[in-house]
Design a protein around this ligand. Structure first.
Ligand code: SF4
Length: 266
Protein backbone atom coordinates (compact mmCIF):
# COMPACT_ATOMS: atom_id res chain seq x y z
CA UNK A 1 0.00 0.00 0.00
CA UNK A 2 1.27 3.49 -0.90
CA UNK A 3 2.06 6.11 1.70
CA UNK A 4 1.30 9.78 1.29
CA UNK A 5 2.94 12.78 2.93
CA UNK A 6 0.18 14.95 4.40
CA UNK A 7 0.45 18.24 6.28
CA UNK A 8 -3.18 18.65 7.33
CA UNK A 9 -6.54 16.92 7.24
CA UNK A 10 -9.49 19.26 7.72
CA UNK A 11 -12.94 17.87 8.43
CA UNK A 12 -16.23 19.77 7.85
CA UNK A 13 -14.73 22.02 5.18
CA UNK A 14 -17.23 24.02 3.09
CA UNK A 15 -14.88 25.98 0.81
CA UNK A 16 -13.19 23.21 -1.16
CA UNK A 17 -15.98 21.97 -3.41
CA UNK A 18 -19.68 21.16 -3.04
CA UNK A 19 -21.28 20.24 0.29
CA UNK A 20 -19.48 19.31 3.49
CA UNK A 21 -16.07 17.84 2.78
CA UNK A 22 -12.91 16.46 4.29
CA UNK A 23 -9.90 18.20 2.77
CA UNK A 24 -6.64 16.27 2.70
CA UNK A 25 -3.59 18.50 2.18
CA UNK A 26 -0.69 16.72 0.47
CA UNK A 27 2.77 18.11 1.08
CA UNK A 28 5.07 19.17 -1.76
CA UNK A 29 4.67 21.90 -4.38
CA UNK A 30 6.64 22.66 -7.54
CA UNK A 31 5.56 26.32 -7.72
CA UNK A 32 6.66 29.19 -5.48
CA UNK A 33 3.85 31.73 -5.76
CA UNK A 34 4.78 35.10 -4.30
CA UNK A 35 1.42 35.24 -2.49
CA UNK A 36 1.43 31.66 -1.14
CA UNK A 37 -0.31 31.27 2.24
CA UNK A 38 0.90 27.71 2.72
CA UNK A 39 4.72 27.69 2.66
CA UNK A 40 4.56 24.60 4.90
CA UNK A 41 3.25 22.77 1.82
CA UNK A 42 6.33 23.42 -0.31
CA UNK A 43 8.88 20.81 0.75
CA UNK A 44 8.27 17.16 -0.04
CA UNK A 45 9.50 16.03 3.35
CA UNK A 46 8.51 16.51 7.00
CA UNK A 47 10.04 19.67 8.49
CA UNK A 48 10.18 21.48 11.85
CA UNK A 49 7.84 24.38 12.57
CA UNK A 50 7.69 26.61 15.65
CA UNK A 51 4.22 26.98 17.14
CA UNK A 52 2.79 28.65 20.24
CA UNK A 53 0.73 26.28 22.41
CA UNK A 54 -1.20 26.98 25.62
CA UNK A 55 -0.55 24.70 28.58
CA UNK A 56 -2.01 25.23 32.07
CA UNK A 57 -2.89 28.83 31.15
CA UNK A 58 0.64 29.60 29.91
CA UNK A 59 1.80 30.03 26.35
CA UNK A 60 4.84 28.08 25.26
CA UNK A 61 6.77 28.05 22.02
CA UNK A 62 7.20 24.47 20.89
CA UNK A 63 8.85 22.90 17.86
CA UNK A 64 6.60 20.45 16.06
CA UNK A 65 6.89 18.55 12.80
CA UNK A 66 4.76 19.53 9.84
CA UNK A 67 4.14 16.63 7.46
CA UNK A 68 3.37 13.03 8.35
CA UNK A 69 3.33 9.83 6.31
CA UNK A 70 -0.03 8.04 6.17
CA UNK A 71 -1.13 4.86 4.46
CA UNK A 72 -4.17 5.18 2.19
CA UNK A 73 -6.09 2.97 4.65
CA UNK A 74 -5.32 5.35 7.53
CA UNK A 75 -6.59 8.34 5.56
CA UNK A 76 -9.63 6.37 4.45
CA UNK A 77 -10.51 5.62 8.08
CA UNK A 78 -10.58 9.36 8.81
CA UNK A 79 -12.58 10.12 5.65
CA UNK A 80 -15.21 7.48 6.39
CA UNK A 81 -16.01 8.98 9.80
CA UNK A 82 -17.99 11.75 8.06
CA UNK A 83 -19.67 9.71 5.38
CA UNK A 84 -23.14 10.67 6.63
CA UNK A 85 -22.32 14.39 6.27
CA UNK A 86 -21.16 13.86 2.69
CA UNK A 87 -24.33 11.98 1.81
CA UNK A 88 -26.67 14.54 3.35
CA UNK A 89 -24.89 17.63 1.99
CA UNK A 90 -23.77 16.37 -1.43
CA UNK A 91 -20.17 16.66 -0.24
CA UNK A 92 -17.16 14.37 -0.28
CA UNK A 93 -13.38 14.57 -0.16
CA UNK A 94 -11.00 17.14 -1.63
CA UNK A 95 -7.32 16.44 -2.16
CA UNK A 96 -5.39 19.69 -1.98
CA UNK A 97 -1.84 20.82 -1.33
CA UNK A 98 0.76 21.88 -2.18
CA UNK A 99 0.25 20.13 -5.48
CA UNK A 100 -1.47 16.79 -4.77
CA UNK A 101 -0.73 15.34 -8.22
CA UNK A 102 2.99 15.24 -7.34
CA UNK A 103 2.11 12.22 -5.15
CA UNK A 104 0.47 10.48 -8.08
CA UNK A 105 0.51 6.88 -6.83
CA UNK A 106 -0.88 7.68 -3.40
CA UNK A 107 -3.49 10.04 -4.84
CA UNK A 108 -4.55 7.45 -7.42
CA UNK A 109 -5.01 4.89 -4.67
CA UNK A 110 -7.03 7.35 -2.59
CA UNK A 111 -9.27 8.19 -5.55
CA UNK A 112 -9.89 4.48 -6.21
CA UNK A 113 -10.74 3.81 -2.56
CA UNK A 114 -13.16 6.76 -2.50
CA UNK A 115 -14.79 5.50 -5.69
CA UNK A 116 -15.20 2.01 -4.18
CA UNK A 117 -16.90 3.66 -1.21
CA UNK A 118 -19.05 5.90 -3.46
CA UNK A 119 -17.56 9.10 -2.05
CA UNK A 120 -17.40 12.14 -4.33
CA UNK A 121 -13.83 13.35 -5.01
CA UNK A 122 -12.33 16.69 -5.97
CA UNK A 123 -8.66 17.44 -6.71
CA UNK A 124 -7.41 20.98 -6.11
CA UNK A 125 -4.55 21.46 -8.59
CA UNK A 126 -2.34 24.18 -10.02
CA UNK A 127 -2.27 22.14 -13.25
CA UNK A 128 1.53 22.39 -13.28
CA UNK A 129 2.22 18.69 -13.74
CA UNK A 130 3.18 16.52 -16.71
CA UNK A 131 0.34 15.79 -19.11
CA UNK A 132 0.48 12.03 -18.50
CA UNK A 133 0.12 12.43 -14.73
CA UNK A 134 -2.54 15.09 -15.10
CA UNK A 135 -4.67 13.01 -17.45
CA UNK A 136 -4.41 9.90 -15.35
CA UNK A 137 -5.40 11.66 -12.10
CA UNK A 138 -8.01 14.00 -13.62
CA UNK A 139 -9.66 11.03 -15.31
CA UNK A 140 -10.28 9.43 -11.89
CA UNK A 141 -11.67 12.49 -10.05
CA UNK A 142 -15.28 13.68 -10.05
CA UNK A 143 -14.29 17.36 -10.02
CA UNK A 144 -11.19 19.52 -10.40
CA UNK A 145 -10.54 22.80 -8.63
CA UNK A 146 -8.16 24.42 -11.09
CA UNK A 147 -6.08 27.54 -10.43
CA UNK A 148 -5.46 30.11 -13.14
CA UNK A 149 -2.98 32.75 -12.02
CA UNK A 150 -1.89 34.72 -15.08
CA UNK A 151 -2.57 34.47 -18.81
CA UNK A 152 0.92 35.83 -19.48
CA UNK A 153 3.87 33.41 -19.63
CA UNK A 154 6.44 35.98 -18.42
CA UNK A 155 4.28 37.28 -15.55
CA UNK A 156 3.54 33.71 -14.50
CA UNK A 157 7.23 32.82 -14.52
CA UNK A 158 8.23 35.93 -12.55
CA UNK A 159 5.62 35.36 -9.83
CA UNK A 160 5.42 31.59 -9.46
CA UNK A 161 8.81 30.36 -10.64
CA UNK A 162 7.38 28.63 -13.74
CA UNK A 163 5.67 29.53 -17.00
CA UNK A 164 2.01 28.72 -17.69
CA UNK A 165 2.31 26.62 -20.87
CA UNK A 166 1.86 23.23 -19.21
CA UNK A 167 -1.03 24.58 -17.12
CA UNK A 168 -2.89 25.89 -20.17
CA UNK A 169 -2.18 22.69 -22.11
CA UNK A 170 -3.65 20.58 -19.32
CA UNK A 171 -6.64 22.91 -19.08
CA UNK A 172 -7.24 22.52 -22.80
CA UNK A 173 -7.28 18.72 -22.47
CA UNK A 174 -10.19 18.94 -20.01
CA UNK A 175 -12.43 20.42 -22.71
CA UNK A 176 -12.91 17.05 -24.42
CA UNK A 177 -11.85 14.58 -21.77
CA UNK A 178 -11.80 15.71 -18.19
CA UNK A 179 -14.32 16.01 -15.37
CA UNK A 180 -16.13 19.25 -14.56
CA UNK A 181 -14.01 22.02 -13.09
CA UNK A 182 -14.30 24.96 -10.77
CA UNK A 183 -11.76 27.59 -11.79
CA UNK A 184 -10.07 29.47 -8.97
CA UNK A 185 -8.38 32.77 -9.77
CA UNK A 186 -6.32 34.37 -6.99
CA UNK A 187 -6.62 38.10 -7.69
CA UNK A 188 -3.21 39.51 -6.89
CA UNK A 189 -2.12 43.19 -6.92
CA UNK A 190 0.44 43.85 -9.64
CA UNK A 191 0.12 40.32 -11.04
CA UNK A 192 -3.31 39.99 -12.66
CA UNK A 193 -5.53 42.80 -11.35
CA UNK A 194 -6.01 44.64 -14.63
CA UNK A 195 -9.24 44.39 -16.66
CA UNK A 196 -7.20 43.42 -19.74
CA UNK A 197 -5.61 40.49 -17.89
CA UNK A 198 -8.97 39.29 -16.61
CA UNK A 199 -10.38 39.53 -20.14
CA UNK A 200 -7.47 37.42 -21.40
CA UNK A 201 -8.22 34.80 -18.73
CA UNK A 202 -11.90 34.91 -19.74
CA UNK A 203 -10.93 34.23 -23.37
CA UNK A 204 -8.78 31.26 -22.34
CA UNK A 205 -11.64 29.87 -20.23
CA UNK A 206 -14.18 30.34 -23.00
CA UNK A 207 -12.37 27.60 -24.94
CA UNK A 208 -13.01 25.13 -22.11
CA UNK A 209 -16.63 26.27 -22.08
CA UNK A 210 -19.26 24.07 -20.52
CA UNK A 211 -16.84 21.96 -18.47
CA UNK A 212 -16.60 24.96 -16.14
CA UNK A 213 -19.19 24.84 -13.38
CA UNK A 214 -18.15 28.10 -11.78
CA UNK A 215 -15.34 30.62 -11.49
CA UNK A 216 -14.21 31.72 -8.03
CA UNK A 217 -12.29 34.98 -7.66
CA UNK A 218 -10.09 34.90 -4.56
CA UNK A 219 -8.92 38.36 -3.48
CA UNK A 220 -5.36 38.50 -2.13
CA UNK A 221 -4.97 38.74 1.63
CA UNK A 222 -1.69 39.87 3.07
CA UNK A 223 0.34 37.11 4.69
CA UNK A 224 2.66 37.95 7.55
CA UNK A 225 6.24 36.88 7.41
CA UNK A 226 5.77 34.99 10.70
CA UNK A 227 4.80 31.70 9.08
CA UNK A 228 7.99 31.71 6.99
CA UNK A 229 10.09 32.52 10.05
CA UNK A 230 8.43 29.74 12.05
CA UNK A 231 9.45 27.34 9.31
CA UNK A 232 13.00 28.73 9.15
CA UNK A 233 12.31 29.78 5.55
CA UNK A 234 13.26 33.03 3.81
CA UNK A 235 10.37 35.44 3.31
CA UNK A 236 10.61 37.04 -0.11
CA UNK A 237 8.60 40.14 0.78
CA UNK A 238 5.29 38.85 -0.52
CA UNK A 239 3.03 41.21 -2.45
CA UNK A 240 2.39 44.93 -1.96
CA UNK A 241 -1.14 46.36 -2.11
CA UNK A 242 -4.65 45.09 -1.66
CA UNK A 243 -7.67 44.21 -3.76
CA UNK A 244 -10.75 46.41 -3.28
CA UNK A 245 -14.36 45.24 -3.25
CA UNK A 246 -15.25 47.33 -6.33
CA UNK A 247 -12.32 45.87 -8.22
CA UNK A 248 -13.57 42.33 -7.55
CA UNK A 249 -17.12 43.26 -8.58
CA UNK A 250 -15.88 44.69 -11.89
CA UNK A 251 -13.83 41.52 -12.56
CA UNK A 252 -16.82 39.33 -11.69
CA UNK A 253 -18.79 41.22 -14.34
CA UNK A 254 -16.20 40.37 -17.02
CA UNK A 255 -16.85 36.65 -16.44
CA UNK A 256 -20.60 36.80 -15.81
CA UNK A 257 -21.17 38.79 -19.02
CA UNK A 258 -19.47 35.95 -20.89
CA UNK A 259 -22.04 33.52 -19.43
CA UNK A 260 -19.98 32.07 -16.55
CA UNK A 261 -21.30 31.52 -13.03
CA UNK A 262 -18.91 33.51 -10.86
CA UNK A 263 -18.44 33.89 -7.13
CA UNK A 264 -16.16 35.78 -4.78
CA UNK A 265 -14.22 33.31 -2.67
CA UNK A 266 -12.72 33.83 0.79
S1 SF4 B 1 0.59 26.45 -6.15
FE1 SF4 B 1 -0.49 26.84 -4.22
S2 SF4 B 1 0.72 25.81 -2.65
FE2 SF4 B 1 2.02 25.97 -4.46
S3 SF4 B 1 3.19 27.85 -4.15
FE3 SF4 B 1 1.38 28.38 -5.36
S4 SF4 B 1 -0.16 29.04 -3.87
FE4 SF4 B 1 1.46 27.91 -2.73
Amino acid sequence: MNKGLIFDIRRYSVHDGPGIRTTVFLKGCNLRCAWCHNPESWLSEPQPIKRVRSMNGHKHEVTETVGKWYTAAEVMNIILKDRLFYEESGGGVTFSGGEPMLQEEFLTEMLSLCKENEIHTAVDTSGFVEAETFRSVAGRANLLLYDIKSPDEGVHLANTGAGNRQILENLNWIKDNGPDIIIRIPVIPGVNNKPGEMRNIRDILSVVGNRIRRIDLLPYHRLGRQKFENLGMTYNGGIEGEIGKDEIISFMKIFSEAGFRVKKGG
